[in-house]
Design a binder for this molecule. Structure first.
Ligand SMILES: [Zn+2]
Length: 241
């Protein structure tokens, strides 16, 4: 893991409650005794933030404008059969590169399941230009992966990425509802866009494309018949790096 957390106090608690919760250094030691520590979803936020999500979720009225990113490792299944010993290392690298790129752009690594990850931008760390942060994180993931695995010939497994933005709310997942996640059509669309993205490709919805005009210049649009959608969805493929 080469990500170096930058925040000395929790950015989420500061932005939402103006509470300066120390995350690192001597000031953080008494907080650790009470179980307050950097969140595993983003080390610049804290475990109080995670409780905050639960409270917000219970109220059920919170809808926020946010960006969702899904990234998935292609060719993983065939590798599992061909070289099972390489899979653990490959997945570790995948999570490392994804989390580094996502945290560098203030996203939250909300879910990591098997060979895919889901990230939220604009919560709990508020960023008005969250679609731009998500696009930059996606490019970061592809660049890092290219350098680490693809370029070095260590793997022919590429990463497919889908990004969507808009209004969404929160719900629970996991056993006994101990975890929370974003829900709504924005999340579904991002997941489906990821499912049709090729290895090395980044697919955006029209909303993302329109909100980040400079960074997405030169993108090619195409109509896709996404699973579970009645009509075709226009997606934009970022020019490859
Ligand atoms: Zn916090």
């Amino acid at each position: 893991m080469d990500y170096q957390p930058k925040a000395r106090i929790c950015i989420g608690c500061w932005q939402w409650m103006k509470l300066p919760i120390p995350l690192r250094g001597v000031a953080a030691i008494p907080f650790r005794l009470f179980g307050i520590r950097p969140s595993r979803m983003n080390p610049n936020t804290c475990t109080i933030c995670e409780l905050m999500f639960k409270r917000i979720m219970k109220k059920r009225q919170l809808e926020i404008d946010a960006t969702i990113l899904f990234a998935d490792l292609r060719g993983y299944t065939s590798l599992t059969q061909a070289r099972p010993e390489a899979v653990t290392e490959l997945l570790d690298d995948f999570y490392d590169e994804c989390s580094t790129a996502i945290w560098s752009h203030d996203g939250l690594l909300n879910k990591a399941m098997g060979d895919s990850v889901m990230a939220i931008f604009n919560f709990p760390i508020v960023r008005a230009d969250h679609p731009r942060h998500a696009v930059a994180a996606a490019r970061g993931i592809q660049e890092r992966w290219q350098r680490k695995r693809w370029g070095s010939g260590q793997s022919d497994a590429g990463i497919g990425i889908g990004i969507a933005c808009g209004q969404l709310s929160f719900g629970e997942f996991g056993r006994a509802g101990q975890d929370w996640t974003a829900i709504g059509s924005v999340v579904n669309t991002a997941a489906r866009a990821q499912a049709v993205a090729l290895g090395g490709e980044i697919l955006l919805t029209e909303a993302v494309f329109e909100r980040v005009p400079e960074e997405t210049a030169g993108s090619q649009s195409r109509d896709y018949q996404l699973k579970g959608f009645e009509t075709a969805t226009k997606l934009y493929a970022l020019p490859s790096i």
